[in-house]
Design a protein around this ligand. Structure first.
Ligand code: ADP
Ligand code: ZN
Ligand code: ZN
Length: 732
């Protein structure tokens, strides 16, 4: 008896058994192919996980599959093992995990085929003939040879005809003479005029490269801790060069789309070969192409954001996670996975090294390096001649403030502008003002759907809620007392931009946040203008904090550091430290020394003392000590059960019952924190609450979750949506 065990692309925590279709033989059922299966009245897509000889239900209830979609598996046995591990570790339905891992075209059942374009290139003989010339009659052919000589990556027939007119017969003739050869091109070659040669490594870089190269044939996790500009990317490039030389592939994960073009450009200039880039800006077809190129080994370099961690590879050689501390590696909805953590597991399964790089490693990774679970590699100094920036606090209690600026900051900005240098200002709050308030009766513009204030957007003439997207017109009079005395309180990037334009009329200001960059191509243009020095003052949100390299920025101002200092989450201090050092890393990356000024009302907070005067490492030591005392991660493992409902009592009722159930299992070593309403209880019209579960050992927590989740699924009488978040990074 041949029974097909299938993971159906549905959020269900189990496999389903099917019979083969009549007329197909065993060889056609390869593990990892897609199948079309009947599911109730519907037809669904599934992946063949296993072939067994005994069904898990009575055999007369089994139905035959409808079709086999692939002749070759989409996922190798190792890939499937990873996906099953993900499902198990995150307690998430396997069908959903598979859907996350597949590009949408494959999820919809389209053919797993690489669509290429035929391009013509000169053969060696053709190159010679292009110089020596053919016979006089073959004028067309000579033109083609000469044209192709200028295009080493080749041209398509259409491109040739565009330049020379109809020449199909001439192409045919040249092919016959073995002067031309055709190849299938999947990603149009990017025209990189500049080829970048590798740098001679500095001593510390060399040490890092040597250490990693000596582990190419085994699993080892490296933490590459190097300040911004210390040459981490150069280390990656050296490792990747070696990996390609060995005929293997490198998978590089980056946090955000904003980072991808720069890093991508760097890899393209260094390695003149196709790179499969996977990020959210791709069309479905482009995504499929990149995915297939990675899978078939046609791209030796794969660079992508979070979900690229699932891309199948033909021969993995190394994994790199750049900016490993970045929380965008964690998906915050659906399958709440950490791409960094999965990458480590995957490297382990493939028995290859993985490099976690950051200027501000996460406390988790620092802890693992301390325990020597990770091998620690340190690049303490900037590469080249660049010096580290000077960082200074501006105590806002002592400096008079106006429109969000202290006089001291304004004076320094003027100095830097006077030297024709650029200034970057950072404020993590978009919009014009975070509050609209009535001076007479105290009315405040609140979101009707959230426990939050509405932000005023001047240009858009709107009040907008940044939590649920609700928008309304700006009222002219107070809705409560009809007074005209409505005032805008606080500063957002839009207002700062206005102030800067007034104060520095001879300089150009650019604002970079989600509002200004919504239109495609705007961000790229702004970056170009900054590089061309057309802009002298930049104001931006965290979009500006990462990855970008602005050689002429010598002053960075952090307008309000207190936003993070007073955060409710136990990770707030870590996040703030990382953000400040990342922003600071934008200053003075080349010849000129950079300066960073931080405005705060809490200049005497111990946070500053450790971070600024003793450094990030000392900060980490102290923060880890605190975490250990409080028994928080990485000294404990956590899972967060969230529930939400449109009716207020349900989430808490559900979670109270959930806690009661969990306690019945009497598993020793589990601690419950809550349930409590979420810090912002109402959001987008939903009431939210959460229950944090914690244990010292992952095994203990896992044991609880395995039983508990099944029980939770049966608790239908509470009208809530709930989710489980393993290793949660955000507590709201
Ligand atoms: P990171 O990735 O740590 O921010 P990069 O690799 O981008 O650092 O290097 C920062 C700058 O230093 C780049 O402009 C790079 O070209 C330069 N650089 C890196 N390594 C070297 C080296 N060994 N010698 C000279 N310049 C280097
Ligand atoms: Zn009023
Ligand atoms: Zn809202």
């Amino acid at each position: 008896m041949l029974i097909l065990r299938v993971a159906v692309a549905l959020p269900l925590r189990r496999y389903f058994d099917y019979l083969p279709k009549v007329g197909l033989n065993r060889e056609q059922f390869k593990i990892g192919v897609r199948l079309k299966v009947p599911f109730g009245p519907r037809t669904m897509l599934g992946i063949l996980i296993e072939i067994v000889d005994q069904a898990s239900v009575e055999e007369h209830r089994l139905k035959p599959i409808i079709d086999v979609l692939d002749s070759e598996p989409l996922f190798s046995a190792l890939d499937l093992k990873l996906l099953c591990w993900v499902s198990h570790y995150y307690h998430h339905p396997i069908g959903d995990v598979l859907s996350t891992a597949l590009p949408s075209k494959l999820r919809k059942g389209e053919k797993a085929k690489l669509k290429g374009e035929k391009r013509w290139q000169l053969t060696e003989l053709g190159a010679k003939k292009a110089i020596e010339g053919l016979s006089k009659q073959a004028k067309r052919q000579i033109q083609i040879l000469e044209l192709l000589q200028q295009h080493p990556t080749g041209l398509s027939s259409a491109e040739i005809q565009q330049q020379l007119g109809n020449c199909q017969p001439a192409i045919k003739a040249l092919q016959k003479k073995a002067c031309l050869q055709a190849y299938d091109c999947y990603i149009p070659p990017t025209v990189t005029d500049k080829v970048e040669a590798p740098f001679a490594l500095q001593a510390r870089q060399q040490q890092a490269v040597t250490a990693i190269l000596s582990s190419l044939d085994k699993f080892q996790c490296f933490l590459l801790d190097g300040v911004t500009g210390s040459g981490k990317t150069e280390v990656y490039l050296h490792i990747v060069a070696k990996v390609i030389e060995l005929g293997l592939q490198a998978l590089i994960l980056v946090p955000e789309i904003g980072l991808t073009p720069q890093l991508l450009g760097r890899f393209q200039r260094r390695f003149q070969q196709p790179i499969a880039a996977l990020h959210s800006g791709l069309s479905d077809q482009e995504r499929l192409t990149a995915w297939m190129m990675a899978k078939q080994g046609k791209a030796s370099i794969v660079i992508g954001t979070r979900s690229a961690v699932f891309v199948p590879l033909q021969s993995a050689g190394v994994f790199i996670v750049d900016e490993e501390h970045d929380i965008s590696f964690k998906q915050q909805e659906g399958l709440r996975y950490s791409a960094r953590d999965i990458a480590i597991k995957r490297a382990h399964q493939h028995n290859i090294p993985i490099i976690l790089g950051s200027a501000t490693p996460s406390l988790e990774s620092m802890h693992n390096a301390n325990k020597q679970k990770y091998q620690y590699l340190h690049l303490p100094k900037r590469a080249g001649n660049a010096k580290p920036p000077e960082i200074e606090l501006l105590d806002m209690k002592q400096h008079p403030m106006k429109n969000g600026f202290s006089t001291a900051l304004l004076k320094t900005i003027a100095q830097h502008l006077g030297r024709d240098e650029q200034v970057l200002l950072f404020l993590n709050r978009r919009g014009y003002a975070p509050r609209l308030i009535c001076r007479e009766c105290g009315w405040l513009a609140d979101c009707p759907q959230c426990d939050a204030h509405m932000t005023l957007h001047h240009q858009l003439r709107k009040l907008s809620c940044h939590h649920c997207g609700f928008e309304q017109k700006i009222p002219r009079t107070c809705p409560q007392c009809e007074s005209l005395q409505l005032v805008m309180l606080g500063q957002g990037t839009e207002r700062i931009e206005e102030t800067l334009t007034k104060l520095f009329p001879n300089n150009n200001v650019a604002r970079i946040d989600r509002d200004t960059t919504r239109k495609k191509g705007v961000f790229e243009q702004q970056l170009k203008d900054i590089h061309a020095n057309k802009i002298q003052l930049l104001i931006g949100t965290q979009m500006l904090a990462k990855g970008h390299h602005f050689p002429n920025v010598t002053l960075v101002g952090i307008l309000d550091a207190d936003q993070g200092l007073l955060g409710v989450d136990f990770r707030s201090a870590e996040r703030l430290a990382q953000l400040i050092l990342q922003v600071a890393g934008r200053a003075g990356r080349e010849q000129k020394i950079g300066k960073v000024l931080i405005q705060t009302y809490y200049a005497y907070h111990s946070f500053w003392d450790s971070l600024l005067y003793q450094g990030y490492h000392r900060f980490c030591e102290l923060a880890l000590e605190e975490r250990q005392q409080a028994q928080f991660p990485p000294f404990a493992v956590q899972a967060l059960l969230r529930a939400e409902s449109t009716e207020q009592p349900f989430p808490m009722d559900f979670l109270n019952q959930a806690r009661y159930l969990a306690e019945q299992y009497a598993i020793a070593g589990i601690e419950y924190l809550g349930p409590v309403p979420s810090p912002m209880e109402r959001r987008g019209g939903w009431y939210r609450a959460q229950l944090l579960v914690q244990a010292k050992e992952r095994r203990t927590l896992h044991q609880l979750l395995a039983h508990w989740i099944i029980a939770l699924e049966k608790m239908k009488k509470y009208k809530v949506r709930w989710s489980i978040d393993i290793d949660p990074l955000e507590m709201f």
